[in-house]
Design a protein around this ligand. Structure first.
Ligand code: NAD
Ligand code: UGA
Length: 434
């Protein structure tokens, strides 16, 4: 059992801190956001993540998990300090390391004995060295030893608890083998594959993994667009190529492109790293461009169905970048909805969870309603942007009765073509036969 402190109580810090507590460690989750910590201290969860609330509450009850804004004290009483603060995209595409470096500075100032500092935030290659440097600059007692380890996070929002407790692998990058072993032992209860490497390679593995997945999505979206022209069906292509174990059947769902807080920012960050080092990252650049264009596919399909959309009421079903999260960061809805409004449409939106978060991100003028059926009532067309179960299982007969005209543009390929044809919808989806 270790005393662990997790700096940053966002999607990653809160989930991993809670999971470390769940396997028996003493965990303090820290944040500079007073409101977030006050909520957590009251037992309220600031984000939507299935299963998280119960797990937080049970670990708080058994005193293995605490929340605080007293960062200095938390550092002093911990042996292992996880850095899980944000590394957002800056204007140049480069990862903004200001939060990571602020944490490194505080760790340096508070270092009172040997500690392992572990970077879980996604950071450019070389950041581990910079963290080490900043800590050294700020530590008062220069004789104290410490190690900086990289342990990137691979969880997905919406399935974060399962991804963490049954993680497929833990990548540990360290220059001191003892520090690597200590972090490996920490992961033993997760019964996972442990891969130990150097700090720089671990940092690069994270960017390479996310960029590879982003390329895979852009690849299948490009295939989808070709399929539409040649009369093939991308869902069959995905099955057909996915049966080859070298390709695999995951991450081949065509749609409106990837969003979320990581793929867009991490592909840009990797491209930036490449350029800084004199490499033109053409494949990653192509994945980014394909992704940007893919968002507009549903707008084009709507225009094909309706012609002019000025003055029309368009129902938007789903706002989050994927189901089972309230995260709106780089959600496709943030590009698609303003485009529809620019063309004069009246947008009525519904998302089972993210619509409480969405008004902070979307232009004023979007009308938010309380359910799928309210959204489609008297609408001229509906567009599916997020494949929530509630949307996938909506009563299509009822929807048809409520809409002014049954035009459904499906950015997530939720329904069978035969069924939609049988029901009499004008139904356009991605990469499938019309
Ligand atoms: P987030 O924005 O949800 O949370 C970051 C938290 O850090 C915020 O609560 C913020 O107040 C806090 N913070 C900022 N400065 C601080 C400081 N000096 N001390 C303590 N707390 C501070 O971010 P996130 O989505 O959890 O992502 C964190 C990192 O993990 C990023 O680098 C991201 O790329 C990476 N990552 C994210 C995911 C994901 O699914 N969101 C998955 C894998 C990796
Ligand atoms: C992704 C990775 O899957 C995680 O391993 C990683 O830890 C995380 O980024 C991160 O670094 O933050 P996440 O963004 O939560 O996780 O969600 P994904 O399930 O990967 O989906 C990302 C986007 O790709 C979504 O917009 C989703 O709709 C889209 N997607 C995904 C597709 O369009 N097609 C697919 O086949 C899969």
């Amino acid at each position: 059992m270790n005393n662990i402190c997790v700096m940053g109580t966002g999607y990653v810090g809160l989930v991993s801190g809670t999971c470390f507590a769940e396997i028996g460690h003493n965990v303090i989750c820290c944040d500079v956001d007073d409101n977030k910590i006050a909520k957590l201290q009251r037992g309220e969860i600031p984000i939507y993540e299935p299963g998280l609330e119960d797990m937080v509450q049970s670990n708080v009850k058994s005193a293995r998990l605490r929340f605080t804004t007293d960062i200095a004290q938390s550092i002093r009483e911990s042996e292992i300090i996880y850095i899980a603060v944000g590394t957002p995209m800056s204007n140049t595409g480069e990862a903004d390391l200001r939060y990571v470096m602020a944490v490194a500075q505080t760790i340096g100032q508070q270092l009172n004995g040997y500690k392992i500092i572990v970077t879980k935030s996604t950071v450019p290659v070389g950041t581990g060295k910079k963290i080490e440097q900043v800590i050294r600059e700020h530590m008062k007692d220069k004789s104290i030893k410490f190690d900086v380890v990289s342990n990137p996070e691979f969880l997905r929002e919406g399935t974060a608890i399962g991804d963490c407790l049954s993680m497929e692998r833990a990548v540990i990058g360290a220059s001191n083998p003892e520090a690597a072993m200590a972090i490996a032992r920490l992961h033993e209860p997760f019964h996972t594959k442990i891969f130990i490497t150097d700090v720089e390679s671990a940092e690069m593995i994270k960017y390479a993994a996310n960029s590879f997945l982003a390329v895979k999505i852009s690849f299948i979206n490009e295939i989808a667009n070709i399929c539409e022209r040649v009369g093939a069906d991308v869902t069959d292509i995905a099955v057909g190529i996915g049966l080859d174990s070298r390709i695999g059947d995951k991450f081949l769902q065509a749609g409106i492109g990837y969003g979320g807080s990581c793929f867009p920012k991490d592909t840009e960050a990797l491209k930036f790293i490449a350029e800084q080092n004199g490499i033109e990252a053409r494949l990653i650049q192509a994945a980014i461009e394909t992704n940007d264009k893919q968002r507009m596919v549903v707008v084009d399909k709507l225009m094909e169905g309706l012609g002019d959309i000025s003055g029309y009421k368009i129902a938007i079903l789903g706002l989050a970048f994927k189901p089972n999260t309230d995260d709106m960061r780089y959600a496709p809805s943030l590009t698609i909805i303003p485009e529809l409004m620019k063309r004069g449409a009246h947008v009525v939106a519904y998302d089972p969870i993210a619509q409480y978060e969405a008004p902070k991100w979307l232009p004023a003028g979007v009308e938010y309603v309380n359910g799928v059926y309210e959204a489609v009532t008297d609408s001229d067309a509906a567009i599916i942007l997020t494949e929530w179960d509630e949307i996938k299982w909506m009563d299509l007969h009822k929807v048809m009765r409520l809409m002014k005209q049954p035009i459904l543009i499906d950015g997530r390929n939720c329904f069978s073509l035969e069924n939609m044809q049988g029901l009499g919808y004008y139904y356009a989806s991605i990469g499938r036969k019309v």
